[in-house]
Ligand binder design. Structure first.
Ligand SMILES: Nc1ncnc2c1ncn2[C@@H]1O[C@H](COP(=O)(O)OP(=O)(O)OP(=O)(O)O)[C@@H](O)[C@H]1O
Ligand code: SF4
Ligand SMILES: [Mg+2]
Length: 327
């Protein structure tokens, strides 16, 4: 049994303008110790997928489908049951550290509370463990940081505190939403290494949401590419980079700046914009931007298994052949 089994997850929001279809039937599994990257342009539904998994959607959000964690259904669980699972077995690191930390408690007290509450550690042990964790996320002078309040720290430091908090309990599942975006490149790579080590040492599964395909290449075992709230492609990381099977994945990979392209000055961004989620087109959601679109793309393609753990949602028989034809 997989650690996490997500089936047909759907998230919509009631708004004055109509219903926003943010996530439209996503399914995936996550095994212990595995890191799955969730990628896609802004607005593709990555964050709402993550929030739906752990019952933290905004009030106007509705969720359906199934989310099983160690076989236990999370959707529809009571708030108190969910918060117990969330704190000890599932951690989430959000993009915005400032609003996720309690402004009225010192960093130390917040970290210690997590450990005394969820791990039954005594305060002294918890303080030592918390300080050690701050050291591991490369926060200088951890003893001093423990005594400070969030507003006394920079945004980057708060982000590292959030990461330390997420890793403290050695959760079974860590959901990290752009965890290092606010940090400078050197610290980003240190934190990514730390997450990789954690996942190896304690079999923590990681759902990593990121725009950075370099981080995906370095950290993830598998990748799920999302567009307009739907899965476009899922594959092992090496397969996806070497041989993308979906035109949207190809577009994302081509839009990554590379040294050989930088010289020519060409930035290969995917032309056009994602569809309006108030009115998602009936056929392939990518068709208005796809250079390979043909008649059949007016019908919605299924998420087809290609063997060897690969899936794609596209009517093309083979992308390389289509590429040659289009030129
Ligand atoms: N409370 C809400 N009410 C209405 N629409 C919402 C709400 N929360 C999110 N959305 C919409 O859901 C869609 C998916 O948002 P989501 O935050 O999951 O995108 P994302 O892939 O995480 O993007 P980014 O990379 O910019 O973080 C967006 O169109 C967003 O505007
Ligand atoms: S289904 Fe058609 S429009 Fe959609 S990605 Fe494939 S070729 Fe392009
Ligand atoms: Mg997001």
């Amino acid at each position: 049994m997989a650690l996490l089994e997500v089936r047909d997850l759907t998230v919509s929001f009631d708004t004055p303008d109509g219903v926003v279809h943010a996530v439209n039937g996503i399914s995936f599994d996550l095994d212990p110790g595995e890191t799955l990257g969730l990628v896609g342009e802004s607005g593709s539904g990555k964050t709402q997928t993550a929030l739906a998994l752990i019952g933290l959607l905004a009030e106007n959000g509705k969720v359906s489908g199934s989310v099983r964690f160690r076989g236990q259904e999370l959707l529809g669980m009571s708030t108190s049951e969910l918060s117990r699972v969330r704190g000890s077995k599932i951690s989430m690191i959000f993009q915005d550290p400032i609003s996720s930390l309690n402004p009225y408690m010192t960093i130390g007290d917040q970290l210690v509370e997590v450990l005394t509450h969820h791990r039954n550690l005594r305060r002294r042990e918890a303080r030592a463990r918390a300080e050690e964790m701050l050291h591991q996320v490369h926060l200088n002078d951890p003893g001093q940081r423990m005594r400070q309040y969030p507003h006394e720290l920079s945004g980057g430091m708060c982000q590292r505190v959030m990461i330390a908090m997420g890793l403290l309990c050695q959760p079974d599942l860590l959901i990290a939403d752009e965890p290092t975006t606010a940090l400078d490149v050197t610290v980003q790579s240190q934190i990514n290494t730390l997450m990789g080590e954690l996942s190896e040492q304690s079999s923590t599964a990681i759902l990593l949401i990121t725009h950075d395909l370099g981080v995906v290449a370095g950290l993830c075992h598998r990748v799920l590419v999302m567009y307009a709230g739907q899965e476009m492609e899922m594959a092992g990381v090496d397969d996806l980079f070497a041989d993308p099977r979906h035109p949207y994945t190809e577009g994302l990979l081509n839009s990554v700046p590379r040294l050989d392209r930088a010289r020519s000055g060409i930035l290969n961004a995917i032309p056009g914009n994602p569809p309006n989620l108030l009115d998602v087109p009936a056929g392939c959601p990518f068709s208005s931007r796809c250079r390979y679109a043909f008649d059949r793309c007016r019908e919605r393609p299924g998420f087809e298994a290609l063997g060897e753990g690969r899936f794609k949602r596209c009517h093309l028989d083979a992308l390389p052949a289509a590429r040659e034809e289009v030129g």
